[in-house]
Design a protein around this ligand. Structure first.
Ligand code: SF4
Length: 435
């Protein structure tokens, strides 16, 4: 291999099999895609050791991708069951799995994923360090944090989230700024606590160059985590969030100088009227690096329905420039998601992604809707199920209330506008009450 990362290859005009694959999937011109990867506007997370990867590109001009968070926890230790959830998620259309394992033999699970799962695999080394070293947080050394980044790279993960934007300077300002819900990022809260207890600089920030060298060696894409993402509507677009974004913008350029691919993590909770402006600010400050949003959740008051609050925000965010959506399940803020929550979260996220793709004019997106509408017009129920995001649910709804007339549905029966219009335009008689 005569290149280090996908970005390095693109900058030197080398066509990698991953870039070729992405161009085919997205029906995108190879030279154009190569330019976008070279500029950092598209990332192709593809660790050289993740042999079974089906590469995908992340960038606002490509199809919006979705990520599903899974992994073992103290309450869910069964590796096989977790792997089954991963397979279900991939089957339902997730392009990326973030392994957020926080209990047990995390390395075995991680290696199994990069050996068997074709989706992009992401991790958060901060969580794993706490499990791996199994000692009080304040006793973990700066070196040990970095060693975990290296271990994950060796294990074949395609992207890693590092909470690097919160350094001692921004932490000081965060304390003065006073937020309603402080830091809600799990990794962010851990690294903030570590900095407070040890008095040391954020190790990821301090040793960024070393991390970049590791990323170069294995081709790991860095997802620059937003420790200060707003955790409630009241904290949206505040000083801490924007200051952290500025730091992430500076670090983006440093990474690109070493050919390391970057994606930027974003909010969080955010009122609908602030989302578009936030996406534009991210694009300018981070020079068009792909934006990976965690929601945004457009209201705080709907626990049990946060897959919906996130899908509303996610659709607008992606239509305004975000390129990667982290799914949110109905269990958000309440419990660990079960299998059904995972499914609901994925479907909601895919709806948001697809809605944005139609608005952005992504190739093929509106064609899918066109085919569905044609099937609807023809009252072709089998075809409608086939084209549904969730065929199983669509079919079970129809079968739960069979109509008297097979071709209509129980909503309007003889009043079926579709059927009546088809008939009248076909020169047939429409006599609703006699039929
Ligand atoms: S019966 Fe009503 S809802 Fe059902 S297919 Fe016809 S027009 Fe649509």
């Amino acid at each position: 291999m005569n290149y280090t990362t996908q970005m390095d290859a693109a900058r030197r005009g080398i066509l990698t099999k991953e870039l070729k694959k992405v161009a085919e999937k997205e029906k995108f011109d190879i030279a154009e895609l190569m330019k976008l990867v070279a500029e950092g506007k598209v990332a192709i997370p593809a660790n050289k050791r993740h042999q079974c990867l089906e590469a995908n590109g992340i960038g606002s001009m490509l199809k919006t991708k979705i990520n599903v968070n899974l992994g073992t926890s103290r309450d869910c230790m069964d590796l096989n069951m977790e792997l089954e959830k991963v397979n279900d998620a991939v089957r339902m259309g997730a392009e990326s799995i973030m392994d957020l394992s926080s209990f047990g033999d995390t390395r075995t699970f991680r290696k199994k994923l990069t050996r068997e799962c074709p989706a992009m695999i992401g991790t958060v080394p901060i969580y794993d360090a706490v499990v791996y070293y199994h000692k009080p947080l304040k006793d973990i050394t700066s070196r040990e944090w970095i060693d975990i980044v290296k271990m994950h790279a060796e294990d074949g993960v395609d992207f890693q989230t590092i909470h690097i934007g919160i350094n001692r300077r921004t932490a000081g300002r965060f304390k003065k700024a006073k937020r309603l819900t402080n830091i809600v990022s799990r990794g962010g809260s851990i690294i903030f606590a570590w900095m407070e207890m040890t008095g040391q600089e954020n190790p990821f920030y301090e040793h960024f160059d070393e991390i970049l060298d590791i990323c170069q060696e294995y081709d790991v894409t860095l997802s620059l985590g937003d420790a200060c993402r707003p955790g409630c509507i009241a904290d949206a677009s505040d000083i801490s969030q924007i200051e952290e974004l500025v730091t992430l913008g500076e670090l983006t350029q440093r990474a690109w100088d070493k050919n390391v691919q970057i994606i930027i993590e974003g909010p969080g909770h955010m009122p609908l009227n602030q989302i578009e402006a936030n996406m534009k600010i991210q694009q300018t400050i981070c020079k068009g690096a792909p934006f990976y949003v965690l929601g945004p959740l457009v209201t705080d008051i709907a626990p049990g329905y946060d897959h919906i609050t996130a899908a509303i925000g996610g659709a607008l965010a992606a239509a305004s420039g975000a390129s990667f959506l982290c799914y949110v399940t109905p269990a958000e803020h309440l419990r660990l998601p079960d299998v059904n929550d995972v499914k609901e979260g994925i479907i909601a996220s895919r709806i948001a992604a697809h809605a944005a793709d139609i608005a952005k004019g992504i190739k093929g997106a509106a064609q899918w809707d066109h085919e569905m509408s044609t099937a609807r017009k023809n009252l072709d129920w089998e075809r409608m199920f086939e084209l549904s995001l969730d065929p199983e649910k669509a079919r079970s709804y129809r079968e739960s209330a069979k109509p008297e007339k097979e071709d209509t549905c129980s909503m309007c029966g003889n009043f079926c506008a579709v059927k009546n219009m088809n008939r009248i335009l076909n020169g047939e008689i429409v006599s609703i009450f006699d039929e």
